[in-house]
Ligand binder design. Structure first.
Ligand code: SF4
Length: 371
């Protein structure tokens, strides 16, 4: 397959999630199970012969969500609530809801769709000895619930195979972001985002084949000598697409990211362990430098400095999800450190309900000019 065809296919897969999920389920003779926002153990869903589907909200007008969520709940959960009330997710066999923050803690009890909700808790103190055992028991609960809903047995072998596939996928994605950073003429900010996003709607086995082929083809191209500014983005997610288009418009390439929606998903592998569920639990306790995983040392700040140095970035943009507490706590610390490091920084607010981005447009323009 030609490189342009691979890119087109993945971009279209991200643009039409409903169609992509349907085709993927049909092709692989599988059902779909939703995973609300970050870090659900997709491997368990995959081992249950289902396609894990990422649920990350979207641009939707709120007409009903406010009945169940306060106005100060984060923008992404408002969108998800609106979609679930509208029945958008009712085709899913079940929905995994991880509690990584206060909003998500109550979200599992408020699920309005007809698909069964499986809420579970991530232990925040990941250094406590009990954290791993506790999370393993939460994953066992998810496994049992899926077995009950789907009327199947999830074997240890299926779980181990699933972990191997997911570790392969994560390794290939880490290669992709690395290679993409020197081919920003082909992998523009919008394309980069959509290629990563499309993985949420496809069978990982199929997606992995595309991304491997893409990496192979990208490697054969000469590195581009773009004069654009090199930018790192951090936060929960960088959407809607209208905002990413401004990066392109003002000559800014996204060369690296620390977004929950993107690189944070494939930063940490599940290490080898005698038991598959223990291996998945270890993945969380090993996951560092993330605002959603409690960290008294705030390793994320140093991680961002290292990331900026690694990619020789000209600046850092914090895509701050509206009303996201865990992200808001980190902002002053990041600002202070970037000032010391002399790394230009811009904070923009991400509101999935926004229809116009004029303010962000102006701020990105002046950020690009000042760099
Ligand atoms: S965006 Fe922030 S507040 Fe909202 S669900 Fe995610 S972590 Fe929680």
């Amino acid at each position: 397959m030609e490189i342009n065809n691979i890119i087109d296919y993945l971009v279209k897969s991200a643009d039409f999630p409903g169609k992509t999920i349907k085709e993927s389920c049909k092709k692989n003779n599988k059902e779909a199970v939703g995973c609300v926002a970050p870090y659900a153990p997709e491997e368990i869903v995959y081992a249950a012969n289902c396609i894990p589907v990422g649920i990350w909200g979207g641009q939707v007008e709120l007409t009903k969500a406010r009945t169940y969520l306060p106005a100060f709940a984060c923008s992404i959960m408002q969108s998800i609530m609106e979609y679930e009330i509208r029945g958008t997710y009712d085709f899913l066999k079940a929905v995994l809801i991880p509690a990584v923050c206060d909003t998500l803690k109550c979200f599992g009890q408020k699920w309005k769709g007809t698909s069964e909700a499986i809420p579970f808790v991530f232990p925040q103190n990941r250094e406590a000895k009990s954290a791993e055992a506790f999370l393993e028991s939460e994953y066992k609960y998810i496994k049992n619930k899926l077995e009950e809903i789907l009327g199947i047995t999830i074997t240890e072998k299926a779980l181990q195979d699933s972990i191997i596939l997911y570790n392969d996928y994560r390794a290939e994605m880490r290669k992709f972001v690395e290679i993409a950073s020197v081919h920003t003429d082909v992998i523009t900010p919008v394309i980069r985002h959509k290629i990563i996003k499309s993985s949420y709607f496809m069978d990982k086995k199929d997606y992995l084949e595309y991304i491997k082929e893409l990496n192979k083809k990208l490697r054969l191209l000469p590195a581009n000598n773009s004069k654009n500014k090199r930018i790192i983005v951090t936060g929960i997610m960088l959407e809607p697409d209208g905002i990413i288009e401004y990066f392109e418009k003002y000559g800014m390439d996204i060369v690296g990211d620390d977004l929950t929606h993107e690189s944070r998903q494939f930063r940490t592998d599940a290490p080898f362990s005698g038991s598959a569920l223990n291996s998945l639990a270890k993945r969380w306790t090993n996951h560092n430098a993330c605002s959603l995983a409690f960290d008294p040392y705030k390793e994320r700040i140093q991680y961002l400095v290292d990331l900026a140095n690694h990619y020789k970035a000209d600046g850092l943009v914090i895509a701050l999800m509206k009303f996201c507490d865990p992200e808001e706590y980190d902002v002053p610390l990041i600002m202070e450190r970037m000032k010391k490091e002399n790394i230009p920084l811009l904070v923009i607010e991400i509101d999935q309900q926004a229809k116009s981005f004029e303010q962000i447009n102006t701020r990105l323009l002046s950020f690009a000019e000042n760099m």
